[in-house]
Design a protein around this ligand. Structure first.
Ligand code: HEC
Length: 158
């Protein structure tokens, strides 16, 4: 029995070591595309800070990786979250969204933040969560931006 356990542990160790050589591609497109998003949606300095510290890692083309992101299988999990997050909402792709889609994404943002769904739990365990005040700031900003998109939609419907 002891021998079997030893063998299993050895195999696991070898697999872990081999995994370290498979490095998922990193999300490091830079913050320039984020600047475009911000010049359109005009977050206050406080809101921009909240977004950068809590959201852009999974919702822009630039992730700030912690050291353990280098270690497989953590690196795989992080890549999964970033890929999925960007697929749903990517501020770096903001210019490719229609006004309707932008408005809808901000509607989702308000919902997710109100319900405490974002940032993802697995992220807040490590990075800490945003405070209620920060939540309110994000929601107020998103509501304001939505109003300007709504106006744009009204004008273009005429
Ligand atoms: C660790 C990665 C991660 C972080 C950090 C994160 N998100 Fe997300 N986000 C995701 C993933 C994955 C999804 C898609 C799955 C889901 O909705 O749960 C998502 C979905 C969303 C959606 C829904 C888009 C849609 O079309 O339904 C919005 C909006 C959103 N996030 C906003 C935010 C905001 C705002 C923050 C910061 C306060 C944030 N996220 C932080 C990973 C993340």
């Amino acid at each position: 029995m002891k021998k079997v356990i030893k063998l299993v542990l050895m195999v696991l160790l070898v697999v872990l070591v081999i995994m370290q050589f498979i490095r998922p591609e990193k999300n490091q497109g830079g913050y320039e595309s984020v600047a475009t998003f911000e010049s359109e949606t005009k977050p206050s300095e406080a809101v921009a800070g909240i977004l950068k510290a809590n959201c852009y890692d999974c919702h822009s083309n630039q992730t700030q990786y912690p050291w353990y992101a280098e270690v497989a299988p953590v690196s795989y999990f992080l890549k999964d979250h970033v890929d999925e997050g960007k697929e749903h909402f990517n501020v770096s792709a903001w210019q490719s969204y229609s006004v309707k889609k932008k408005d809808h994404k901000l509607e989702e943002l308000i919902e997710e933040v109100e319900e405490g769904e974002m940032p993802l739990d697995s992220y807040t365990w490590i990075h800490g969560n945003i405070s209620d005040d920060e939540r309110d700031l994000l929601i107020q900003w998103a509501q304001l931006v939505r109003m300007s998109y709504k106006n744009e939609l009204k004008v273009s419907a005429k």
